[in-house]
Design a protein around this ligand. Structure first.
Ligand SMILES: [Zn+2]
Length: 306
């Protein structure tokens, strides 16, 4: 089974320039260079033009003292033309037609822009919740070109954590797909089952456990096929996508989480999508691509949530 190439938020086209993280003078050098481009975030959203292009500005357009910039700058990467820096923490703003979440528009951006912006969103979220040392409670400061925080009190360094989550397209012997609607979702919104990997658990064990917890369906552990991953930093997930085959078909949903869980044959799927009884996740999500992988041909975007 082939992996899914080019998951929307997994695309990238720049070098992360990790070597620069050891250079304490990186910001002064980059900030005064003509070819530097800056991405400013606002509440975790990115600024776009009316044709949904990401808005990059030059450092000179940012009205902030360099000492303040140093408290919120993250070196995102470089390519042959530019160096790319994010400013996190809502310290400054820029003119934009709108501020949007990558959850919705990630698939519309270029590989360069989505790769840089998804890292910016992830780091914005992490810096925003890690101002204090988890060991001693003192304030931490940003270091390593924005990729770490340091506690001067106990000399500890802290790095962003990613939370792995599995997401699985489960099929039965009749090639039906198992989809569920979470309690907080409106009528008709269905997706593949997903859940966080627990401490001390493998991703594969998580797939088997979560599918049984949410749907009461047994999955054959040796049927799992890994199809790819993409970051989902809302706030810190990494989605690991699988196909899996069920060895049982009687659904017993987890009422605390799931409003509905059901099997769809291909005919039922086509008919439910066409009549809008079923609304799929948008094409920036790995769920859309897992469902499309099962479907075996392009899924019309009209079948996705608006
Ligand atoms: Zn500390």
């Amino acid at each position: 089974m082939e992996m899914i190439a080019d998951l929307p938020l997994a695309r990238f086209d720049t070098d992360r320039a990790a070597a620069m993280r050891a250079d304490e003078q990186w910001l002064e050098r980059v900030w005064h260079a003509d070819n530097t481009r800056v991405l400013v975030l606002s509440e975790g959203n990115v600024p776009v033009t009316d044709d949904v292009s990401l808005i990059w500005v030059k450092p000179e357009a940012i009205d902030l003292d360099l000492r303040v910039v140093a408290e919120c700058a993250v070196m995102l990467g470089v390519d042959a033309q530019h160096s790319y820096v994010a400013l996190v923490g809502d310290r400054v703003t820029v003119d934009a037609v709108s501020w949007v979440s990558l959850r919705g528009i990630g698939a519309q951006l270029s590989a360069r822009d989505v790769g840089l912006a998804i890292a910016a969103v992830a780091m914005n979220s992490w810096h925003g919740t890690h101002s204090y040392c988890p060991r001693c409670g003192n304030p931490t400061v940003i270091t390593q070109a924005g990729w770490a925080r340091h506690c001067k009190h106990d000399n500890s360094d802290h790095y962003p954590r990613t939370e792995p989550a599995m997401i699985a397209a489960v099929n039965d012997a009749d090639d039906r797909i198992l989809l569920g609607r979470r309690n907080e979702w409106p009528e008709g919104w269905f997706s593949t089952l997903a859940g966080f990997v627990e401490a001390g658990e493998s991703v594969e064990a998580c797939v088997v456990r979560e599918v049984f917890e949410e749907a009461g369906i047994r999955v054959a552990p040796d049927s799992l096929r890994y199809l790819g991953s993409q970051p989902w930093p809302f706030p810190a997930s990494l989605m690991l996508g699988y196909r899996a085959t069920a060895t049982s078909t009687d659904i017993e949903r987890e009422e605390a989480e799931m409003a509905e869980v059901r099997w769809y044959s291909r005919d039922e799927f086509d008919s439910a999508c066409t009549t809008e009884a079923l609304r799929l996740p948008n094409n920036s999500t790995i769920a859309f691509h897992l469902i499309q992988h099962w479907y075996g041909k392009p899924i019309p975007l009209e079948w996705t949530r608006k």
